[in-house]
Structure formats: C-alpha cells, structure tokens
Design a binder for this molecule. Structure first.
Ligand code: ADP
Length: 163
C-alpha cells in the first residue's frame, strides 16, 4: 500500500522572504513531504516588492530544496485549499504578539472551511525577533541585511537597487 503524500501550504506576504521564513519551511519539511509556499497579495497592504518579485526571491531561496514549490495565491486561501483538496496550513509563530492575529485568522478560516488545520512552527530562537518589516526598514535606510535574509535574497535586492 502506497503511503499518501503529506502536503501543506505555507501562505504569507514574504515581503521580502527572510531567514525566519526559511527556517519555518525547513522545520515543516520534517513533518510534511511537500510544502507549497503561497505568495499572497492583500489589497489592504502596501508591499515593497511586487508579487512576482516576492515569488522570484522565494524560488531562488528554495532552489535546492526539491520538496518545496512556490505558487501565487490568486484569491482567498480557503478557496485555494478547497480547489486543490489540501487542508493543512503552516504558519510561523514568533513572540507572543503573533498569537492573537494567527488565532483570529485560523478561526476565521475555519468558519469558511471547517476541514482546515493550521500547524504553527516556532522558528529558531535567533529568528524570533526577525520580521520582513524590520528588513524593509533596513533596506530603506541602506542597512546591512545579510544577517537576516538568505544570500540569494540579498543578491536579488542588491541587483534591484542597482537597476
Ligand atoms: P503575513 O502578512 O501573511 O503575516 P509574513 O510574510 O509576514 O506574511 O509571514 C508569513 C508567516 O511566517 C506568518 O505566520 C509569520 O508569523 C511567519 N513568520 C515570519 N517571520 C518569522 C520568523 N522570523 N519566525 C517564525 N515565523 C515567522
């Protein structure tokens, strides 16, 4: 009997992707056979990087991890999950401040799609204060981002600045 492949999606803004996101992906792969990173676009948010740029940076970041694919989320997460018959969602948890928002999102999504299960991954302690918004702040102020993003992402951002 063949074992069913365990698939989960990891939705987020990834504006830009950081070492924290990468850590969550790697930890999730200890549990799941395949992870689909879903790049979302919320009308309520002003992004520094376009959806295409964010997808490209993640693809570069995970290019050596064959179990990870990157897709763009066209609309609501629950609609994607229903359409693709996937029920497991990965999210990352940092210090307590993430909890309220994540609890609200997960509960809200469950009203729309009762089968949904959200799994929270706590990243390594060295990434627990790291966020995309801090990296954006550094980029805007020409600070050094090399300790916070993978080298592929740093390179992408550098090249973009030089254009
Ligand atoms: P969103 O706008 O959907 O919150 P983000 O890209 O900010 O998108 O985050 C995507 C997910 O990754 C969220 O669950 C967030 O809590 C998690 N995450 C982001 N940075 C880290 C980190 N340093 N450690 C653990 N989880 C993180």
């Amino acid at each position: 009997m063949s074992k069913k492949e365990k698939i989960a999606v990891y939705p987020g803004s990834f504006d830009p992707p950081t070492l924290g996101h990468l850590d969550v992906i790697k930890r999730a792969l200890e549990i799941f056979d395949r992870i689909i990173v879903l790049v979302s676009d919320s009308k309520n948010k002003n992004y520094m990087f376009s959806k295409e740029e964010r997808s490209k940076m993640i693809k570069e970041m995970v290019k050596d991890i064959k179990e990870v694919s990157v897709e763009s989320l066209p609309g609501l997460l629950v609609d994607y999950l229903k359409k693709n018959k996937i029920r497991t969602v990965i999210r990352g948890l940092r210090i307590t401040s993430d909890f309220d928002y994540e609890f609200q999102m997960s509960s809200f999504n469950r009203v729309l799609y009762p089968n949904i299960e959200t799994i929270y991954i706590i990243s390594d302690i060295k990434y627990t204060l790291l966020s995309s918004s801090l990296v954006r702040e550094l980029i805007l102020n020409k600070g050094d981002i090399s300790k916070f993003v993978p080298p592929e992402v740093e390179k992408f951002i550098k090249n973009r600045g030089e254009r």
